[in-house]
Ligand binder design. Sequence first.
Ligand code: LLP
Length: 421
Amino acid sequence: MTAFTYRDGVLHADSVPLPAVADAVGTPFYCYSATQLEANYRAFAGAFADQDAAVCYALKANSNLAVIKTLARLGAGADVVSVGEMRRALAAGIPADKIVFSGVGKTPQEMRAALETGIFQLNVESAPELEALSDVASSLGVTAPIALRVNPDVDARTHAKIATGKKENKFGIDIAIAREVYAKAAGLPGIKPVAVAVHIGSQLTDLAPFRAAFERVAELVIALRQDGHDITRVDLGGGLGIVYRGDEDLPDLSDYAGLVKGITGNLGCHVTLEPGRALVGNAGVLVSKVIYVKTGVERRFLIIDAAMNDLIRPSLYEAYHTILSVNQPAPGSDLVPMDVVGPVCESGDTFAVQRPLPPLQDGDLIAVLAAGAYGAVMSSSYNTRPLVPEVLISGKEFAVVRPRPTIAEMLAADHIPSWLK
Ligand code: LLP
């Protein structure tokens, strides 16, 4: 199922034609389908329905309040990595006892805010962080329920920039020394180790790395219990991939859930899952307008009004995103290889290289698919380009859930010091 389909020759989000949204908000814009978000959440949570499992949506993938709220209404918890994300989760109605705080460098201020809120769990990633948390918790007179995030030294077989489970990565505590660190944690005031956490990377398209990591976690839980720790939970992170090209062979959700059950079922642990991309990725598109079609000496360029600052994944990770013409091409129309590029003065401002596309001309709309995860959240205003607006569609309705700032608003954010006035 996908919420973005051609109807009467025009690409729609749910029942709304994308050109109607473009008329209302201008281009470029992000457009999310509530129907797709809901379907994704239900499918994911449904796959784990027979396990003692919580789905804590990784807000970093898309932290628009309307998106979070759409998932929160269905029962989602949250995985947050900053006090800002924690505030977003709470503002969208996710209770503190469903929020996990992850991240490799939580500050004492963030720890304090999390503990004051009564958060479900903090995932600690280093011995110094453990000591800092012990200090903060003791000063507040509370006990912090923690997991240690372990680094299982597993190759996630994904892009190097989003692989996090190898020894050389900055993440987590080397699983080989985890027992020592748990022993230390148990001796610290204000710390209660209750869980083991792991997250080995993102956009995984194969279950084997998950299996290797989860098995190591399960072995560790058993060892820690032998050491006398009362470990009642595991947090298995996120990372499940989505379709970008169309030809990926992705694991079924039921196989992923079955893998988790097979490995952790006998432990009697509560399981936390932290999917980000799998919940929101295919629920969003970036819609952009063709500014010019430029015929170079060797290549044809489709110059569009979205750029790397709006969606950085192709520039940063060489990520492939399917690109569709919003007007459905006539059957049998010739496809011409084009480089799809933005207006920013960097060669990296490229969405696609030599991509076969139907005939397109100035003013035509295109949609960059699977842009719901790590799209708007990673955007910037480089080149003083206003952040693109975000629109949420639900059936026939649509709402601007984050407006495009005006240039005047952008300029007003800067301050000229008195000596320059
Ligand atoms: N949990 C932890 C501790 C994480 O670090 C992440 C993502 C997730 C959960 C959610 O992972 P997901 O289910 O979305 O794969 N900007 C990159 C992806 C960075 C992922 C960072 N961590 C991209 O655009 O591909």
